[in-house]
Design a protein around this ligand. Sequence first.
Ligand SMILES: CC(C)(COP(=O)(O)OP(=O)(O)OC[C@H]1O[C@@H](n2cnc3c(N)ncnc32)[C@H](O)[C@@H]1OP(=O)(O)O)[C@@H](O)C(=O)NCCC(=O)NCCS
Length: 140
Amino acid sequence: MELVHLEEGATAKVRSAVVTLWEGCGLTRPWNPPERDLAQAIAGPTSTVVVALEDERMVGSVLAGYDGHRGWLYYLAVDPTRRGAGLARTLVTTAETWLARAGARKVQLMVREGNPAASLYPHLGYERQDTAVYGRWLEG
Ligand SMILES: CC(C)(COP(=O)(O)OP(=O)(O)OC[C@H]1O[C@@H](n2cnc3c(N)ncnc32)[C@H](O)[C@@H]1OP(=O)(O)O)[C@@H](O)C(=O)NCCC(=O)NCCS
């Protein structure tokens, strides 16, 4: 298994494999076009997308971003056939290392209501925060 930080030169085939993984893991929503999320994350200097490749097959991913104050994780995904083997832990640790180097002293993430994967995070040292998240779209 190989861990790779995707770069702007990532091919259409690689990008498509990441999106297929996200779709297969139930992480995409109509209001977040995954191709655009991916392109923006790998283009900017304050974010990265780490993927796990096995025999050139896309089996895992995590998107990390540093906002100048906190580090954030998104799109943690592991292929259903590769779950339960510590891959999510490896991806999160790799993203945390990148975020710490970028300057983040704390890393946070949001879990959609009802996602059973929430139970994973205490295993990785994450504590539920007593904070409500508010959002507003800046585009039409
Ligand atoms: C959640 C997900 C990424 C976990 O991937 P994984 O590779 O199976 O996780 P790991 O094997 O690295 O597990 C790490 C630890 O979390 C635990 N864990 C993993 N999934 C869990 C779950 N759904 N519920 C409770 N604990 C879980 C493991 O037992 C392990 O604990 P341990 O190291 O103390 O033994 C994977 O199930 C997935 O892609 N789900 C769909 C997408 C999703 O919901 N992503 C999260 C969005 S917030």
